[in-house]
Design a protein around this ligand. Structure first.
Ligand code: SAM
Length: 272
């Protein structure tokens, strides 16, 4: 059996009884970072042998793990935190195991995305987990553009040093939607910041800790332009107030609660 075993995302008390038992009983633990997992194992008095299984070595190590599974041994995969295979190693191994006819079983527990979603105050009936956005700006824009029409709450992971840039791009592509930043979940400084994307950007001064970004889907926003004006008229007004065209389009996007690209397209349409 290959077990996909959740570990805490902050608070060690979130380790489940079953996770402790499974990690004690299996023949081998495949860990993303053996030093980090060693601390967890020591805390719970678990003495099972470990093998390193991370993004760099997964191709070679996966073969070894598969051979042991095929020989009848049981293996548990753990990541640094939360559920393996969710923005963490594990998914490839599951695929190989499934293809080889080996049984796979979850040992559920903590997960940052779902923990953030359920406390976000946003619609939980339909959601999309988008994970980390690509690192290059062009790919990130394309990625966000594709998600901008999704009619479901969207969940992102983001590193603290990229969070402000990410939120700024998000508001440019998505428009000024409602969102929740879930910070340091289950830890001492756990915090939820709720508001529009613009409000959240303004509220963030020092960005420290781990974050999940939860954003409302496209049709969840009430698009109600406050004025009876065309997009072009609103953009012109801002230009008359001294903004350049790009900034004027950004302000118009906020008013119409749409992305800047949509404002651009509307201007083209109004022109024809
Ligand atoms: N496998 C993990 C899970 O199931 O949640 C996710 C691992 S991913 C490499 C790490 C990202 O998850 C972080 O950059 C952050 O976005 C999010 N994350 C993990 N722990 C968190 C926490 N305690 N509070 C807020 N976000 C967290």
């Amino acid at each position: 059996m290959l077990y996909l075993c959740a570990t805490p995302i902050g608070n060690l008390d979130d380790m489940t009884f079953r996770a402790v038992n499974i990690l004690r009983e299996v023949n081998l633990i495949a860990a993303e970072d053996t030093r980090r997992t060693r601390k967890l194992l020591t805390h719970f008095d678990i003495h099972t042998p470990m093998i390193r299984f991370d993004e760099n070595c997964k191709a070679t190590v996966a073969e070894k793990i598969l051979a042991r599974l095929q020989a009848g041994e049981s293996v548990a995969v753990v990541s640094d935190a939360g559920l393996p295979a969710i923005s963490d190693p594990g998914a490839d191994l599951v695929k190989l195991a499934v293809d080889a006819g080996i049984k796979v079983s979850p040992v559920p527990g903590a997960n940052a995305a779902l923990s953030a979603l359920i406390c976000s105050g946003l619609d939980t009936s339909k959601f999309l987990f988008a994970g980390f956005a690509p690192k290059t700006q062009k790919n990130r824009r394309d990625f966000l553009q594709k998600l901008s029409t999704v009619d479901a709450t969207i969940i992102f992971y983001e590193a603290p040093h990229r969070l402000k840039t990410f939120l700024t791009e998000l508001v440019e592509v998505f428009g000024n939607r409602r969102a929740t930043l879930a910070r340091e979940l289950t830890k001492i400084h756990e915090e939820f910041l709720r508001g529009t994307l613009d409000e959240l950007i303004a509220a963030l001064d020092e960005v420290r800790g781990e974050f999940v970004v939860v954003v409302e889907g496209q049709t969840q926003t009430q698009v109600s332009p406050p004025v009876n004006e065309t997009v072009a008229q609103v953009v012109e007004k801002f230009i008359a107030q001294g903004l350049d065209k790009k900034a004027a389009m950004r302000e118009a996007a906020k008013i119409f609660n749409v992305s800047r690209r949509e404002i651009y397209n509307a201007l083209l349409e109004e022109d024809t």
